[in-house]
Design a protein around this ligand. Structure first.
Ligand code: KIV
Length: 270
């Protein structure tokens, strides 16, 4: 089973790693067979599984249920689980809720936010819970952002993001996840922290790992599809098309074919 040390080693070796969201056992088994390096039980399940229009209604109980489903079917991938909206508003909440998803089978929790969560990160880490910090576009704050938009588009905003990352890494954050930022920002963050794997979704080709929502990369998402998504089903046919699409994704990430320029925000920082 892949561990946090393996992901750190991959970064040192310049070996990119693959990550996909996963919420159920059959998809988790397919990801095990395809040797996906890491799976994320994302609170995106609020949309993809539950049909809500945001991640806000997702509960800790939902996360525990889906984490256990994924864990039972996968003995290969490093398993991360989101703490959902308001589940880490206080350090005590974070500890109590992290305990539940870790006991359900997660190896790490992911929380969204910035430097103000440094004490929470330190406390979780001290108590044996590795933390992935999700920065950039953080969907739990969609009502503060006023929509799903590319973040850190200016030099000043990118520097602020870098500083937030530094504070969080110093507090103990073991992985950083950047969503929807210019490729230049993804590159700068990955280079700034040689010991800390950086996962990107819409953060360009230079992060250490890549993640996509599995329904997006299987072409199941109706309506607006984000620029950073590629439909890996579009080149498949035959009886094992889904498994083949997941294998193709793993290959494309680990050989640096995905993301290509078309899936990247090329924005000059001014
Ligand atoms: O919940 C989720 O699926 C996520 C990914 C978009 C990174 O946080």
């Amino acid at each position: 089973m892949i561990s946090l040390s393996d992901l750190r080693r991959f970064k040192k070796e310049g070996r990119k790693f693959s990550c996909l969201t996963c919420y159920d056992a059959s998809m988790s088994k397919a990801m095990e067979v395809a040797q996906i390096d890491s799976v994320l039980i994302g609170d995106s399940l609020g949309m993809t599984i539950q049909g809500h229009d945001s991640t806000l209604p997702v509960t800790v109980r939902d996360m525990v249920y889906h984490t256990a489903c994924v864990r039972r079917a996968n003995q290969h991938a490093f398993i991360m689980a989101d703490l959902p909206f308001m589940a880490y508003a206080t350090t005590n909440d974070a500890l109590k809720n992290a305990k539940k998803v870790m006991q359900a089978g997660a190896q790490m929790v992911k929380i969204e936010g910035g430097a103000w969560l440094a004490d929470t990160v330190a406390s979780l880490t001290r108590n044996g819970v590795p933390v992935c910090m999700h920065l950039g576009l953080t969907p739990q704050s969609v009502n503060v952002f006023g929509g799903y938009k590319v973040q850190a588009r200016t030099r000043q905003a990118a520097d602020t993001l870098l500083q937030e990352c530094r504070t969080l890494v110093e507090a103990g954050a073991a992985i950083l996840l950047l969503e929807c930022v210019p490729a230049q920002v993804g590159k700068e963050v990955a280079q700034a922290f040689p010991e800390t794997p950086v996962i990107g979704i819409g953060a360009g080709a230079d992060t250490d790992g890549q993640v996509l929502v599995v329904q997006d990369m299987l072409g199941l998402t109706q309506g607006h599809v984000a620029k950073f998504v590629y439909n890996f089903m579009s080149t498949q046919s035959g009886p094992y098309a889904i498994l083949d699409a997941i294998k193709t994704y793993h290959h494309a990430v680990t050989t640096n074919i995905f993301p290509a320029l078309e899936q990247t925000f090329q924005i000059e920082l001014k």
